[in-house]
Design a protein around this ligand. Structure first.
Ligand code: ADP
Length: 216
């Protein structure tokens, strides 16, 4: 089963994917997380990607598609978070899936007003050790700057700065938003209101996944 989560930066894709991966046994494939890990490991992909991430731009499609292609096995259960992000990536994914005779079962569009996305990115903090996501307003760490889970250092992601998050939202609107129309005609696309609290968003997502499983 393959489920794609679309939604602006700050819409909670990562948080929800972690919850749903645990609940349903999906593999969570988050291209942003993979790039951050590659950059931390100083790999060749990391070296190619780092300037783009820092600037809030998209990594070129060819690099992303090649990286993802090696990670999708036929018959696997995947939650795709942050990929595809352009129409070319979506057609690349369609080609990849056709070759392994797999299908996209569900595409969820997490909707969130822009001003709320900006607020969430400004207050988001991330553990540099384990990647756990906190929020200075809604989910502060117990000890300031220290991860509740692994005691790693909790920081603001470089691209969550005010200027870079505004840039990321513009890139999202130009290049990723068109995927909503693409998947509305190509696949089973469902919208979920991401402005609700995380438990409610999780419940709504679980309901649409259960419905898609029934129809799969
Ligand atoms: P968010 O969804 O909050 O913007 P991500 O962690 O998904 O954050 O992505 C962070 C950055 O990683 C993006 O701004 C971009 O530079 C890069 N990136 C992640 N996924 C892709 C992708 N599919 N295509 C191109 N660049 C990507």
């Amino acid at each position: 089963m393959i489920v794609i989560l679309l939604g602006s930066p700050g819409s909670g894709k990562g948080t929800q994917c972690k919850r749903l991966a645990d609940k349903y046994g999906f593999q969570h494939l988050a291209t942003g997380d993979i790039f951050r890990a590659e950059i931390a490991a100083k790999s060749s992909i990391g070296a190619k990607a780092q300037d783009y991430l820092k600037a809030g731009k998209l990594v070129p499609d060819s690099i992303v598609i090649e990286m993802v292609a090696g990670k999708i096995d036929p018959g696997g259960k995947y939650l795709l978070d942050g990929f595809p992000r352009t129409v070319d990536q979506a057609t690349g994914l369609a080609g990849m899936l056709k070759r392994v005779q797999a299908n996209i079962n569900l595409v969820v569009n997490l909707t969130l007003p822009k001003d709320e996305a900006i607020r969430r990115m400004a207050s988001r903090r991330t553990c540099s050790g384990c990647g756990e996501v906190f929020n200075t307003i809604t989910r502060p760490t117990q000890v300031e700057g220290v991860c509740d889970k692994c005691s790693g250092k909790v920081v603001q992601r470089e691209d969550d700065s005010e200027a870079t998050s505004a840039k990321r939202l513009m890139v999202f609107e130009d290049l990723t938003q068109p995927l909503v129309a693409y998947y509305r005609s190509e696949s089973n696309l469902v919208e979920v209101d991401a402005s609700q609290n995380p438990d409610k968003v999780e419940a709504a997502l679980s309901a649409v996944i259960d419905a898609a499983k029934g129809g799969a």
